[in-house]
Design a protein around this ligand. Sequence first.
Ligand SMILES: [Zn+2]
Length: 257
Amino acid sequence: MLLAGITGAGACAMCGALAGMSLLRPQNPEIRIITDTAPPASTPDTIARIPEPPIIPRSQWGARPPNHTAENENGFYSVDNPFGWFTYGDDVQRMYQTLIIHHSVIYDNDDVTTLKDAQDLHMDERLWADIGYHYLIGKNGGIYEGRDVRVRGVHVAGYNTGSMGVCLLGNFNVDQVSELQWQSLGWLCAWLVENFSFVRLAAHQDFNPQTECPGTNLLASMEQLANALGLARGIDAYSPHTPTPIAMTCPCCGCIA
Ligand SMILES: [Zn+2]
């Protein structure tokens, strides 16, 4: 099955060739997955694939390099240092089974300022090696590279190993998700689903009920987003990997979550 489109969607603002693939506001009652009804491809090489969305690299938004002496993510993973910088290596594709949606809470006038504020918060106040999320999506629909996707994130206390973090810039207890953010979220998630082993979509709050992340206005659409992606909503795909979970400060709002 190909996530070919969602009804009612117009041409994607980011790529005209992907008309019909963009994601309308999920509260649109017309939203549904269109199953590809084209004849089966004759060889695997001819099966249509979702193209990689344009992703703004760290170098373009001015990301700071990781700090491998950060107090709360100190050094590299080992049996003796289970909370160090953990690289998935050849296991990266199969390790990611849960896609987790966040909001940044911090919001300023432009996406890059907000992005840099989030990285500063995570590195200077949370004392982690780098920004905790793997991808971030701005109000203008830009998709930004966060932490190296080959490295375990820090975005959901106790459940980070094998969980990929996608954060929408904004405070969705107050803001509405912009049309461009929805489009980019749909495209990014569809591409990720095709390239990793995801079986569940979860909101941060699903794992850690103490947090309000990703905000009421985004939470309201999580079920429909999961359906559109062909994923189940929930946390039960998570299987504890090493290391043992511990509580930490929430990357999104600062609560202990
Ligand atoms: Zn969050």
